[in-house]
Design a protein around this ligand. Structure first.
Ligand SMILES: *Cc1c(COP(=O)(O)O)cnc(C)c1O
Length: 366
């Protein structure tokens, strides 16, 4: 059995004709940067998510950075971010000259613990960036309430949650603005780096587009000092082609998760909890086990690749050491880093693979 952590080539083979057709159109029309295919995907993605504006850009990290810039977040400001996330969520704050303030993890969902946000708010706090980690929506209702009370901007980091829903609304439509990454391994992935920003606010959309395109509004009319962060035509056409399958792929992920959950029931493998009203799209299928490092090693030997998301909580990364955060202030995130294990998860997985992975893990767990 050839089990991969994700199998992008298997996915490519299943849609090869669509991809070939998409790429040849872009090349024939030389619509390489922004242009027709980028605009088309922006329109389709905005429609799919249910947001008014979608602005394509070069990657998910840029989209977060640019959105903070649009809202004027910079030196002297604080931004609340979860202790457990991919580093982009924190980096975007630092790149803008502001200070990331970390909040510990909710033990059930691995997303930001909403009961610990308010104690971190000061008069310098400008924004909250909740992350829909692993494909599980963060608890947005209390986050929006806190934000309203303290007049904070909410930027949803949706990089791992394409199509996930919170109380029947797609993530990316709840906060003031949202960021998506189309990194190849994401639930909707390009064949290179790509990302987008989303908002219902036309003013935010205009500013974001200007910054992402060298500060220009119209050619050579540079209103601000911007940057080069645009969606390219080839990747946009791939994303449009793949968008036709996202529902099917997310459904397959949910089926695989259901199967894993069933197989792990009554064992020592702690499976992901799913609170009512939250639709998980399983970008990552994360479980917790006591003897994690030992288990991972043997799984690898038996042909099961696994990963850890993430090995170090953000406040304790060398990059953010200067902020002086202490491990004891993030007990849940710290515990999780020693027990969490991400199992193979991709729509093309065969039932016998899921069974083999589950039975091997059950045999090893203590
Ligand atoms: C992937 C990811 C991003 C952005 O990633 P890029 O590689 O820059 O597209 C941001 N936040 C989270 C949580 C992610 O997983």
């Amino acid at each position: 059995m050839d089990i991969k952590f994700v199998d992008l080539f298997a996915q490519y083979l299943s849609i090869k004709k669509d991809i070939t057709r998409a790429l040849s159109s872009v090349i024939a029309e030389t619509a390489f940067i922004s242009g027709k295919y980028a605009e088309q995907f922006e329109k389709e993605w905005a429609e799919y998510i249910g947001a008014k504006h979608c602005i394509g850009c070069a990657n998910g990290t840029d989209s977060l950075e640019i959105l903070l810039q649009v809202y004027g977040v910079g030196a002297g400001d604080e931004v609340i971010v979860p202790a457990n996330t991919w580093v982009s969520t924190t980096e975007c704050v630092v790149t803008n000259g502001a200070t990331p303030v970390f909040v510990d993890t909710d033990p059930d969902t691995f997303t930001i613990d909403v009961t610990k946000i308010e104690e971190k708010i000061t008069d310098k706090t400008k924004a909250i960036i909740p992350v829909h980690l692993y494909g599980m929506p963060a608890d947005m209702d209390p986050i929006m309430e806190i934000a309203k009370k303290h007049r904070l901007i909410v930027i949803e980091d949706c990089a791992q949650a394409h199509g996930a829903e919170y109380k029947k609304k797609k993530v990316g439509t709840i906060g003031d603005a949202a960021s998506f990454s189309f990194y190849p391994g994401k639930n909707l992935g390009a064949y290179g780096d790509a990302g987008c920003m989303m908002t219902n606010d036309p003013d935010v959309a205009t500013k974001a587009r200007i910054i992402a395109n060298h500060g220009q509004q119209g050619k050579h009319n540079h209103l601000v000092s911007g940057r080069n962060s645009r969606l390219d035509g080839l990747n946009a056409s791939i994303l449009s082609a793949k968008l036709n399958y996202i529902e099917e792929w997310n459904k397959a992920r949910k089926e695989i998760a259901k199967e894993y959950n069933k197989l792990f029931k009554g064992t020592k493998v702690k499976t992901p909890k799913k609170p009512r009203g939250r639709d998980h799209v399983y970008h990552i299928y994360a479980v917790m086990v006591e003897n994690r490092d030992e288990v991972r090693k043997v799984l690898e030997e038996r042909g099961v690749p696994t990963l850890v998301h993430y090995p170090t909580p953000q406040p304790l990364l060398p990059a953010f050491e200067h902020l002086g955060n202490k491990a004891e202030d993030y007990p849940v995130a710290v515990e999780q880093t020693s027990k969490q294990i991400s199992l193979p998860m991709y729509p093309e997985m065969k039932p016998e693979m899921v069974e083999y992975i589950a039975s091997t893990l059950i045999e090893l767990v203590k």
